[in-house]
Design a protein around this ligand. Structure first.
Ligand SMILES: [Zn+2]
Ligand SMILES: [Zn+2]
Length: 81
């Protein structure tokens, strides 16, 4: 099942959606930053990676994204995908 794997590192992403639950139950909604936004930004910078809209990344990849992208958070407001 593709939804249960991180598209970046291919590990299990522990996403609630992969278990047939609502996205609101997923850890990715509870991280303090917008996972969807981070992923979108990441994909913009890495066009070779394709991510299903219904697919989460894993926690460590999201942490990675946050670490590399949050310093430029000031740009987020003017960023339009
Ligand atoms: Zn990952
Ligand atoms: Zn998720």
């Amino acid at each position: 099942m593709l939804e249960s794997h991180c598209p970046i590192c291919q590990q299990n992403n522990q996403c609630a959606m992969a278990y047939g639950q609502n996205i609101e139950n997923c850890w990715c909604m509870d991280t303090g930053f917008s996972a969807a936004q981070l992923i979108e930004q990441y994909l913009h910078q890495h066009p070779q990676i394709s991510v299903n809209k219904q697919q989460c990344v894993c926690r460590s990849c999201l942490d990675n994204m946050a670490a590399t992208q949050l310093p430029s958070q000031a740009c987020v407001h003017i960023y339009t995908p």
